[in-house]
Ligand binder design. Structure first.
Ligand code: MLT
Length: 302
């Protein structure tokens, strides 16, 4: 019998996969394995006997990987399992930035009780006019599971898609090129694109990769989208860019006191993977990984 502690709520569809040889328990100290979503494990004391951690999500920055590796604790993640959920929210982010849906929605709400609302609408709508995505250029930084889906849908929306990923080989670049029109250097991408969307993991090497120097290279009026991790972007540099007009909008799934409420920042509370489908897919994959490892010693996606 193996014991598993969930540090966050994990979808039943995944937990139901556990065979009778597994038991979900409340006591971390008695756990052979941990299932986690976004809770940070950096300050958490885990038992010496812990064998494995499975993250129901892609990013692993909430897990102290080096420390666990030394202790022999295997860590898994679920790349791709929530990619569609994130992709769809990126499309929403693009539309929220290009069409003034939020301004228009707020205006209608405020004026809902006006008797001549229909007439007022005709006067007002000019103020909320926007731009179309078709024909605009978008730079996708990071061509992993999410980045490729984003590139594909942007291509279908008629956008010119530029891709950048230092780990994508020339051969993969060629097969991706049906949707990614240009595999660019990061500077070319900065200089060329109307929209820039980031899909890389947060690591020492990617910390604040969107900083003042990067923003200075971007096109005037660029919109930056961040559905990856807040730490990838230097908030102060974005705020300065917004103030000067260099940056038109910053759309981010990672609000912080510094950035939330700033004009032209569109932010929501880390909802990229918060769909029933993504949560279930991640839970199923994570549970499968734990059972595979604990019962058979197989390591998938560690
Ligand atoms: C991820 O890294 O895949 C997301 O942060 C998942 C989540 O929202 O839990």
């Amino acid at each position: 019998m193996y014991t598993v502690k969930c540090l966050n709520p994990i979808a039943d569809k995944g937990l139901d996969l556990f065979t009778e040889d597994f038991k979900v328990i409340d006591d971390l100290d008695a756990a052979d394995a941990v299932l986690v979503r976004s809770a940070s494990m950096h300050e958490l004391e885990v038992p010496e006997s812990l064998l494995a951690v499975a993250r129901a999500g892609a990013g692993v920055n909430n897990i102290p990987l080096d420390e666990y590796a030394k202790k022999g604790i295997v860590a898994f993640n679920t790349p791709g399992a929530n990619a569609n959920g994130v992709k769809e929210l990126v499309v929403a982010g693009l539309l929220l930035a290009s069409r003034d849906i939020i301004g228009g929605y707020n205006w209608v709400k405020e004026n809902a009780s006006e008797e001549n609302l229909a007439k007022l609408v005709e006067k007002q709508k000019k103020q909320y006019a926007g731009n179309e995505l078709k024909g605009k250029s978008i730079g996708v930084i990071g061509l992993g599971a999410i980045g490729v889906l984003v590139a594909n849908i942007c291509n279908r929306l008629g956008m010119k898609v530029y891709g950048y990923d230092p780990y994508v080989s020339v051969r993969s670049a060629w097969s991706l090129s049906r949707m990614v029109k240009h595999i660019a250097s990061i500077d070319e991408l900065f200089e060329t694109c109307d929209y820039i969307t980031i899909h890389v993991p947060y690591m020492d090497s990617t910390k604040e990769m969107i900083n003042k120097e990067a923003i200075d290279k971007m096109k005037d009026g660029v919109t930056i989208l961040n559905f990856a991790r807040g730490e990838l972007v230097e908030n102060q540099a974005v705020i300065e860019g917004l103030e000067s007009g260099k940056v038109k909008h910053y759309v981010t799934d990672f609000p912080s006191a510094e950035i939330a409420g700033v004009d032209k920042v569109i932010t929501i509370p880390h909802l990229g993977a918060s769909t029933e489908e993504s949560e279930e897919n991640c839970a199923e994959m994570a549970v499968d990984q734990l059972m595979n490892y604990l019962e058979n010693g197989n390591i998938v996606n560690s």
